[in-house]
Write a protein that binds this ligand. Structure first.
Ligand code: PLP
Length: 404
């Protein structure tokens, strides 16, 4: 049974107040709160294990290395990778995306080659490709969306050319909540013999994501959005691609042998992990993945589907409120505006009621442009949210609406 009251007790921050009101935390797409066991894993590792990994012969270093490498195994199992060699630890989704754009771009793309992105990408899956474009002269093509916020798959097919080298799309939009049909996108890309990267920042925390089932070539996600710590993230990459890609950064850990004349690189995944890794973060991330696995990703998904449906109905009934994103497959995010009320005013006034939502462009300015707005208010849900909290949000919005 999904015992929401017991689950909420695992997250100490949820019992605090803000402006003397119970905290209603609805900014989970930005970052999630942490269960006690994740915080304790960090504290305990620093208190009783801490030592740099991979290099030491001493006991603590070996123990820290074991925790770090076990974490990699657990991440690999969590996303259905064939081998932990396919799991590269990064600082987060942003770094994972920069790594692919930079390294794949360096090793597998030439001037005039093309990458296909979508209108609903987060800036972190746009800007690295633009930087590559400026360095190398690649071409960026963009999949359009319909008014409901769904990808136009026919247009997607038409974007392929003999110069297409990569498709990079988000699994779930951090603004619209649209769940993109990544399995279908993968088969289309592969039919054109093009690899596909799936940005899983907003999917991995919400429902089971299995790279073997999807068939994608790359998957990225952030620890802090899946109830783990900040500063750690993951790049899954198929071994055959990662093998072909040059290192992203140079330094310690990623080398096999160095002379001033020449350097040979470590095997996967270390080739892509220059410098001391966040070994405390990797272990805490694995603890977070264990936590959500214990609850069951299917149960989390079912709970959040209920919340999303309830929020769509409850907020949709508020006069003058427009919801952006009405996709048939939609997950855990509701973005909206109310006629005549600036999104920033709405967010600020909701905050005074103890309700944490996000306002602004949500790092998706091309998407804002698509809808002709400068910003939106966004409520996003996590495994610990409740329908009562959505009631509080709806009542808060009504209260703000009456002030204008
Ligand atoms: N991609 C998507 C879809 C996101 O929602 C986010 C963060 O909001 C990112 C990428 C970037 O994640 P991070 O800031 O953790 O690197």
């Amino acid at each position: 049974m999904y015992d929401i009251e017991a689950i909420r007790k695992d997250f100490p921050i949820l019992s605090r107040t803000v402006y003397d009101r119970p905290l209603v935390y609805l900014d989970n797409a930005a970052t999630t709160q942490k269960p006690r066991e994740v915080v304790e894993a960090i504290v305990n590792e620093y208190y009783s294990v801490n030592a740099n990994v991979h290099r030491g012969v001493h006991f603590l270093s070996q123990q820290a290395t074991e925790l770090h490498e076990q974490a990699r195994e657990r991440v690999a199992r969590f996303v259905g990778a064939r081998s932990s060699r396919e799991i590269v630890f990064t600082r987060g989704t942003t770094e994972s995306l920069n790594l692919v754009a930079s390294s794949f771009g360096e090793g597998c793309m030439k001037a005039g080659d093309e990458v296909i992105l979508s209108t609903m990408e987060h800036h972190s899956n746009i800007v690295p490709w633009q930087m590559l474009r400026d360095r190398k002269g690649i071409v960026i093509k963009v999949i359009p969306i319909n008014e409901a916020g769904e990808l136009d798959l026919e247009a997607f097919e038409r974007l392929f050319s003999p110069r297409t080298r990569m498709v990079a799309v988000t699994h779930v939009s951090n603004v619209l909540g649209t769940v993109n049909p990544v399995k279908e996108l993968t088969s289309i890309a592969h039919a054109h013999e093009v690899p596909i990267l799936v940005d899983g920042a907003q999917s991995v925390p919400h429902f089971p994501v299995d790279v073997s089932d999807i068939g994608c070539d790359f998957l990225t996600f952030s620890g802090h959005k899946v109830y783990g710590p900040t500063g750690i993230g993951v790049l899954y990459g198929r071994e055959d691609w990662l093998d072909r890609m040059p290192p992203y950064q140079g330094g310690g850990e990623m080398i096999s042998h160095v002379t001033f004349a020449q350097t040979t690189y470590e095997q996967l995944p270390y080739k892509f992990e220059a410098g001391t890794p966040d070994y405390v973060g990797s272990n805490a991330l694995a603890v977070a993945l264990d936590y959500v696995s214990r609850l069951g990703m299917e149960h989390i998904a079912a709970h959040e589907r209920e919340l999303t449906a309830y929020a769509m109905e409850r907020l949709g009934a508020i006069p003058g409120l427009h919801i952006y994103g009405q996709a048939r497959e939609k997950d855990a995010v509701v973005a909206f505006n109310i006629e005549g009320i600036h999104h920033l005013d709405m967010g600020t006034l909701l905050d005074r009621l103890g309700i944490a939502v996000r306002t602004g462009h949500h790092c998706a300015q091309p998407l804002m442009e698509r809808y002709g707005v400068e910003g939106m208010v966004r409520a996003s849900f996590g495994l610990y949210n409740t329908c009562q909290e959505i009631d509080t949000l709806a009542e808060g919005i009504e209260r703000v609406r009456k002030m204008f």
